[in-house]
Design a protein around this ligand. Sequence first.
Ligand SMILES: CC(=O)N[C@H]1[C@@H](OP(=O)(O)OP(=O)(O)OC[C@H]2O[C@@H](n3ccc(=O)[nH]c3=O)[C@H](O)[C@@H]2O)O[C@H](CO)[C@@H](O)[C@@H]1O
Ligand SMILES: C=C(OP(=O)(O)O)C(=O)O
Length: 419
Amino acid sequence: MQKLIIQGGVELCGEVSISGAKNAALPVLCASLLTADTLAVRNLPRLKDVSTMLALLKQIGVRILANDTGEAELSAASITNPTAPYDMVKTMRAAILVLGPLLARTGQAHISLPGGCAIGLRPVDQHIKGLQAMGAEISIEHGYIRAQAQRLSGARIIMDIVTVTGTENLMMAATLASGTTILENAAREPEVIDLANCLISMGANIQGAGSNTIVIEGVECLHGGAHSIMPDRIETGTFLTAVTACGGEVHLTRTRADTLDAVLDKLIEAGANIDTGTDWIHLSMNHRPRSVSLRTAPYPAFPTDMQAQFMALNSIADGIAIMTETIFENRFMHVQELKRLNAVIHVEGNTAIVYGIPELGGAHVMATDLRASACLVIAGLIAQGETVIDRIYHLDRGYEQIERKLVQLGAQIRRVPAE
Ligand SMILES: CC(=O)N[C@H]1[C@@H](OP(=O)(O)OP(=O)(O)OC[C@H]2O[C@@H](n3ccc(=O)[nH]c3=O)[C@H](O)[C@@H]2O)O[C@H](CO)[C@@H](O)[C@@H]1O
Ligand SMILES: C=C(OP(=O)(O)O)C(=O)O
């Protein structure tokens, strides 16, 4: 397995262009299943999850023309195999996003149950409950969700908890249902809006995306469309947090500050100077950061996908931070790795108390999930001496060319093949 080797303790300065958002790209690619025409997608990030999703769609029957500049044309004129096999779902939970579109378009789907993964159990009961309310018959057999329906019918669905992919799955399914679907307690994440915009470009009738009530008037069929994926707010936040932690100055382009209010507020609280424009963010930091306490919650509150990166920042900040994770029950796995770098962190239930110390020291650590990996990269950049990060395949699921972008900022980071 490959490793990253980082010589820490240097300031980061320069410009970085932000890639398309993983969490918008994955549902948008699945939207291609809703039409027999071609969906053209631009600004796709070059990520492992995106290539896994393209491979899954291909084996379902979608014809795909993709190039390596982030453009793809997907044509689901004939769906030959409405199945998501275990081998694909186990490496990428977002494979569950084919369930709603397949059921709506073909009346059947056979999807491996996504298992418990590193950050929590992550059940899909809300996806199933919503599709059943729309008339689907669903059973669980041999670890697979087997779903069937004639045409789905619109329904009023009150989700028990706010779920991002649950909202996206049901919104996609509802576009082809007969009648009106009302999704209550819907997720308000910007990626839900991005998907809704793509579906609207394909002829869907959707109102309220971005609020907690989404109303979808089903249509007989959708047509082809074209969509450019929104910038990745978590990649953006990761670079901003790295520079706030290490000191320096960064100009991020092709991004959207308006999707990052809670994160930018916390970085300002930590002491960063931030300027924003419509598609750029400029951050400078010239002193030790102050500790920032936070609580993760659904958008527009502080995102769980930024919690680990802020823990790296807090580990060398001035003060004590109380960090509460309310979304996933097992998302503190980076704590034991940060402790190898001398961080002082005490975990009680879903709260971590981080006692900031003046500096970390490099060590050999292991990445356990995507954002834990990003946390360890930031910690390695802060730490004096050498940090070696193992199991970095997690990082490639969600960050496009992270070490090239960091080297552009002056970081001393390199990837090496495992012996
Ligand atoms: C591909 C994608 O977009 N991934 C994001 C998405 O994941 P994902 O959509 O999987 O996360 P959810 O919003 O569904 O999960 C939120 C909470 O709801 C629970 N839950 C969810 C569905 C369900 O049917 N039953 C249930 O109990 C989950 O276990 C979790 O505790 O949103 C998460 C929360 O912002 C982010 O961390 C992920 O990066
Ligand atoms: C948890 C994440 O992704 P996924 O839902 O794809 O596992 C993430 O992006 O941090």
